[in-house]
Design a protein around this ligand. Structure first.
Ligand code: SAM
Length: 219
């Protein structure tokens, strides 16, 4: 079975958690891995959350230096089986199967996250961002994406309790972006097009509601 067929099958089976009908394009993978930057002579730790069948993982792996390490956390056992087959004999890659918010994470220079946050409830989104931002080393970055143009569509077709849940999740995402984002970019060449956001831990002054200690630029 190809990655695309497996993706489609898993989307039909667990739409909320899979969150996409196809793996990310090479362009989206390129934007998500923008901050996987080799640092000669210094080992770097990278975490990928929700690697699926490994479309983004391949880009991360290609950017690793010989001292670097990559940890993968994938909740779907079918996808995890594909990743295990691909990386079983790779000493630089370690796979954890299960929900990221239930794992004992290490500390990382770069985190790349493919989770479909818009499908989760607000408490889960808050919990996951807390885990991931808390796992960043000083100077570390967290990159994730959201599909563009989905919000008005979802709003038009959602009502009642589901609409309330959707707006709460949106509020958590917006608060997280306001506090931690230093860059965003749009990737049109993906099905559907996506917006990639790059975050960094907020400086203590920013947490207290004062100006952030580093420059935020929305590009
Ligand atoms: C939108 S797909 C992205 C797949 C891949 N990164 C790509 O870009 O092609 C989301 C992935 O996140 C996984 N996932 C969803 N919730 C998760 C969680 N709480 N912890 C770990 N993985 C999760 C899904 O199983 C799925 O593989």
């Amino acid at each position: 079975m190809t990655d695309v067929t497996l993706f489609l099958r898993e989307f039909a089976r667990t739409r909320r958690d899979t969150g996409a009908i196809a793996p990310s394009s090479a362009r989206l993978a390129g934007a998500l891995t923008r901050y996987v930057i080799p640092s000669p002579g210094r080992p770097r730790a990278v975490l990928e959350v929700g690697p699926g069948t490994g479309a983004v993982t391949r880009h991360i792996r290609a950017a690793l230096g010989p001292l670097d390490s990559l940890e993968l956390v994938e909740a779907n056992t079918q996808f995890a089986a594909v990743l295990r087959r691909t990386y079983a004999s790779d000493p630089q890659v370690r796979l954890m199967t299960g929900l990221v918010q239930r794992q004992r994470l290490g500390s990382y220079d770069t985190i790349v996250c493919g989770l479909p946050f818009a499908n989760f409830d607000a408490a889960t989104v808050e919990d996951i961002f807390g885990c991931l931002i808390g796992a960043l080393r000083p100077g570390g970055t967290l990159s994730f994406f959201a599909y563009t143009g989905m919000r008005p569509l979802r709003r038009a077709f959602t009502a009642g309790e589901d609409l309330r849940r959707m707006l709460e999740t949106q509020a958590v995402l917006e608060r997280t972006l306001r506090r931690h984002r230093f860059r965003s970019e749009t990737v049109l060449c993906n099905l559907p097009p996506a917006r990639v956001h790059h975050l960094a831990p907020a400086a203590p002054a920013a947490r207290a509601g004062q100006s952030p200690a580093f420059a935020y630029a929305d590009q």
